[in-house]
Design a protein. Structure first.
Length: 266
């Protein structure tokens, strides 16, 4: 009787094989797919901000507000995985495991990480400025959409106010869970299994309050466009850089290295 999911060993082998394909991808494809991944994560962020708008000001419990935000955000990674694109945070796991297993090179890892990070940023900012800000979906100061604007400004301001060390540690927790979501998606052989495998860990990291570098490439620039307190290009990088470092640690060490050692090391 066939199974609808792979064993952990087979999942590790599949991820190593995918890393090999990413290693040999053309630069044009990598740029285009990275732009798409940044946009897809931004769609999830935009949905979460709209869905959560006004809940806290209405006096609803903080945990419920965070859960609604977290429960809607995973649509971004679901699209990333099922439609196909190059997300920096997931690539941390793929390329690290690929280098350790010999299916990818250090040069390929560097190219993939740098290009995906940059063009994830471009895609996320595109959605923030063109589809969120210019459309007026976020930006109104009066009327029913004012609560969305206030929520988006608060999200951005809270993120840039995080101390460097806390941002880094929250980045570790985030990408540990994000890479587990991608791992579970690769373990499943059917679409519904992939969706559930992604949804639970992503919902968890967002609800908990961990920090995702690519998501912040949407949330913080949007706050910058809206004029949120304390949000400047410098304060934006002061969040995204330590979060990126934390994301690398979380995905590379706690997922890729440990599972390579456990399942693939000779």
């Amino acid at each position: 009787m066939s199974s609808s999911f792979k064993s952990p060993v087979d999942t590790a082998k599949a991820i190593s094989g995918a890393a090999g394909a990413k290693n040999s991808a053309s630069i044009v494809n990598l740029i285009l797919l990275s732009f798409l991944a940044g946009a897809y994560i931004a769609f999830g962020g935009l949905l979460a901000e709209v869905a959560n708008a006004g809940m806290a000001s209405a006096g609803l419990p903080v945990g419920l507000c965070k859960f609604v935000f977290g429960a809607t955000f995973p649509v971004g990674l679901i699209i990333v995985v099922l439609a196909g694109s190059e997300l920096f945070t997931g690539n941390v796991m793929f390329m690290t495991l690929g280098v350790l297993d010999g299916s990818a090179s250090v040069g390929g890892l560097a190219k993939n990480w740098v290009v995906s990070w940059i063009f994830n940023f471009v895609g996320a900012v595109f959605v923030a400025f063109v589809l969120a800000y210019m459309t007026g979906i976020i930006g109104a100061t009066e009327g029913p959409n004012a609560a969305i604007t206030q929520g988006a400004m608060k999200v951005a301001a809270d993120k840039v106010a995080l101390p460097w060390d806390k941002a880094l540690i929250r980045g570790i927790g985030c990408n540990w869970l994000v890479c587990l979501a991608v791992w579970l998606a690769n373990a499943s052989d059917d679409v519904i299994g992939k969706i559930f495998g992604i949804w639970f860990p992503i919902m968890a990291f967002v609800t908990i309050g961990f920090e995702h570098s690519v998501a912040n490439m949407f949330f913080i620039p949007l706050g910058l466009f809206l004029g949120a307190d304390g949000v400047t290009p410098i304060s934006m990088l002061g969040n995204i850089i330590p979060v990126t470092i934390g994301n690398i640690i979380g995905g590379a060490i706690f997922v890729a290295c440990i599972y390579w050692w456990t399942y693939l090391k000779d």
